[in-house]
Design a protein around this ligand. Structure first.
Ligand SMILES: Nc1ncnc2c1ncn2[C@@H]1O[C@H](COP(=O)(O)OP(=O)(O)OP(=O)(O)O)[C@@H](O)[C@H]1O
Length: 657
């Protein structure tokens, strides 16, 4: 049987033929169940069509399925739809199990591809053939949810005697079309059941499930694209209402789902002439830079309408595109893997040209994924935690938790329960249900023990046991729970000295130091220019580029940076704001305390800047303050505000007192 012959093409997405205003209404997610349930006008129109197809209400329905070879062809033709729909159908079925209902997937012509159902209803369903290979187009069965949803291109409920054929009056059915990214119907998701099982929320469930399948098909359709998930509320990212838009690696718009069109206020056709930067006012490279950081959060973007949205991007690019974007200025050719991974490496992001860092990353690359304990040393703010997160991100454990514990910041009395967890009532003040503990939270992932040198001796013994035996026994419990975790430790203290002073266990030290890497201090790094550019790009200046004046860069090179990255990053963030529209960071944009530190540094450090009196640092500072003072019409308070320094500093620099 091929009931499809002669059947009119399924409707496009309902909005496609509507004027612009109506399109927007359609994609505005009218959540009212009534909007789609058993609309009398829709049913009436469908009954007229059914009669025009020559059907009689008392006809016996055609329940013959396709023959075996046509059925396999049908399954093959709908393989992708079926693969994406199946998990969604199973979840939907879990919601309605034991309610005398079936979940049905059809192709674009209403032929059933797959059905899941309650046993008792299946018997009845068999009578009307809600089985694979049977068609439920309007031409074949008259008015019914599947066929009518296809004909109308909208979610449709057909209840009881709203069905055209009296043989189907015992049914209640809610169906939602599944569209591809061009608005063509790919198939229909339907829940059909005994009329007594009607529930007003069924349609909402079906529509949400169809939307879920659409979103999955949408992202799968753009294998080699940059996919942006966005919404004005961060909690909605990853949900059905998120906007999804795809771009070519060069930034050209490819396609958007309904929510994206609604949020952008543009139809699919209007979006075709857009690019990522025309829609979001930023170059696409912003995304690539953002995702090279070890722990990228949500992006803040601004739509061309001025609405602020949060976004998460997926950069599913081919190797060549990945290399184009990930090549770092100083990366030696030999260090670029022949076959680059398909996602951006966090470790490579940290390799900005300093040879010491390149060697360190090379060593880490070799041990990653081998569960060799890593000990990171280095001064405060050199990026120990960032490096630990990058190691985790590049490891096979990346999809599991990265749990960081700062051993110095947790009171000694709490660190045991914090790490090992506790049973209900293990100690006074213990939470009712007990606590899981960081070791168990990190199970399957990576545990980062920061400031390990500050871990109390008594706990060092317990930690050693966990690392040796790979089991955790929560406080107050006798049950040992197996754990599988990678351990990365960090310290800015000298553990050997602590061992000599009997403050750190030697056996634990040897357990933890599978590979010891020392992060260089910022003043020792040769890639300060690249680092400054990166931090400036991250600091952002409402889309404008910011740079550092050459004399200030020289100052940076000579500063000792006791706070390392933390200090530089904070300083630049403030300086970017102070520089404002100007975009060039000059002396007057640097904070007072930094200038004072620089002046207090040994003369050698300042000497290069101060070749003569006028060019001295103090001279530069005075000139900067004087020019700001003049620009502010001699107003000390305004000058101080403009420079971000205290009024006293202005007085001092200008010798006004
Ligand atoms: N390579 C880097 N590029 C950009 N930012 C960095 C880099 N390394 C560190 N930072 C930033 O510097 C700050 C300090 O980094 P992090 O906390 O990793 O340092 P740390 O060595 O663990 O510090 P502490 O010893 O004080 O705990 C963070 O804001 C981090 O994002």
């Amino acid at each position: 049987m091929n009931s499809l012959r002669g059947a009119p093409a399924p409707a496009k997405r309902g909005s496609q033929n509507l004027p612009e205003g109506d399109k927007m209404r359609d994609i505005s997610y009218n959540r009212s169940a009534q909007h789609f349930s058993c609309d009398p006008a829709v049913i009436e129109k469908s009954h007229q069509r059914s009669s025009a197809y020559g059907l009689d209400q008392h006809d016996k329905p055609d329940i013959m399925p396709l023959d075996r070879s046509s059925l396999s062809l049908l399954l093959e033709q709908n393989r992708v739809l079926h693969a994406h729909a199946l998990p969604v159908m199973e979840t939907l079925y879990e919601q309605i199990v034991n309610t005398h209902n079936m979940v049905i997937l059809t192709d674009a012509h209403g032929v059933i591809v797959h059905a899941l159902g309650d046993d008792d209803f299946l018997v009845k369903a068999n009578r009307v053939a809600l089985n694979p290979g049977v068609t439920w187009s309007e031409q074949s069965k008259g008015t019914n949810a599947i066929g009518t949803a296809i004909a109308e291109g909208v979610p449709t409920t057909v209840h009881a005697d709203a069905h055209y054929l009296s043989a189907n009056h015992f049914l209640t059915c809610s169906a939602a079309p599944i569209f591809d990214y061009q608005g063509n119907i790919l198939g229909v998701l339907d829940v059909s059941g005994d009329r007594g099982s009607y529930h007003k929320h069924t349609m909402a469930l079906v529509r949400m499930s169809a939307q879920m399948i659409e979103n999955q098909l949408f992202t799968a359709a753009f294998e080699n694209a940059v996919t942006l998930h966005f919404h004005s509320r961060p909690e909605f990212i990853g949900t059905l209402v998120e906007g999804i838009a795809c771009f070519t690696p060069g930034g050209r718009f490819l396609s958007a789902n309904r929510s994206a069109m609604f949020q952008l206020g543009l139809s699919q056709a209007a979006l075709q002439s857009h690019t990522f930067s025309s829609l979001f006012g930023l170059p696409l490279s912003t995304l690539f830079d953002h995702y090279r950081t070890a722990a990228p959060g949500l992006l803040n973007l601004c739509l061309h309408s001025g609405v602020k949205v949060y976004a998460r991007a997926e950069l599913r690019l081919s190797n060549s595109v990945f290399q184009h974007y990930s090549e770092l200025p100083s990366l030696p050719a030999a260090a670029v893997p022949k076959v680059a991974p398909r996602r951006l490496s966090s470790l490579r992001y940290l390799n900005t040209g300093d040879p010491h860092m390149a060697t360190l990353i090379g060593k880490l690359d070799k041990v990653i994924g081998r569960d060799i304990p890593i000990l990171i040393t280095g001064e405060t703010g050199t990026g120990k935690e960032l490096l630990a997160q990058a190691i985790h991100n590049d490891s096979p454990r990346k999809n599991n938790a990265f749990v960081a514990v700062n051993c110095a910041s947790i009171p000694e009395t709490l660190i045991e329960s914090e790490l090992f967890g506790y049973e209900e009532g293990a100690f006074t003040g213990a939470r009712k249900k007990g606590g899981q503990g960081k070791l168990l939270q990190a199970n399957g992932g990576t545990l980062f023990l920061d400031e390990i040198g500050d871990m109390p001796l008594s706990l060092q013994a317990r930690l050693l046991r966990v690392l040796q035996e790979r089991v955790v026994t929560p406080l107050g419990s006798t049950k040992a729970i197996p754990v599988n975790l990678a351990v990365i430790c960090a310290t800015n203290r000298n553990l050997r000295e602590l061992i000599a002073a009997n403050l750190f266990r030697e056996d634990l030290y040897y357990r933890l130091n599978g590979l010891v890497v020392k992060l260089p201090a910022l003043r020792e790094r040769s890639d300060l220019d690249v680092i400054v550019d990166r931090l400036l790009a991250e600091a952002g200046n409402e889309g404008r580029c910011c740079s550092v004046a050459p004399d200030i860069m020289e100052l940076f090179r000579r500063h000792s940076w006791p706070g390392n990255f933390r200090q530089l990053s904070n300083l630049l963030r403030t300086a970017v704001v102070m520089a404002g529209e100007d975009g060039l960071i000059r002396l007057e944009h640097l904070p007072d305390d930094f200038l004072e530190d620089v002046q207090a540094e040994p003369p050698l450090a300042v000497a290069a800047v101060s070749t003569d009196g006028a060019g001295s640092l103090e001279g530069l500072a005075q000139a900067a303050v004087r020019s700001a003072y003049e620009a502010c019409g001699g107003n000390v308070s305004a000058t101080a505000k403009a420079l971000g320094v205290s009024r006293n500093t202005v007085y001092r620099k200008l010798n006004l007192r």
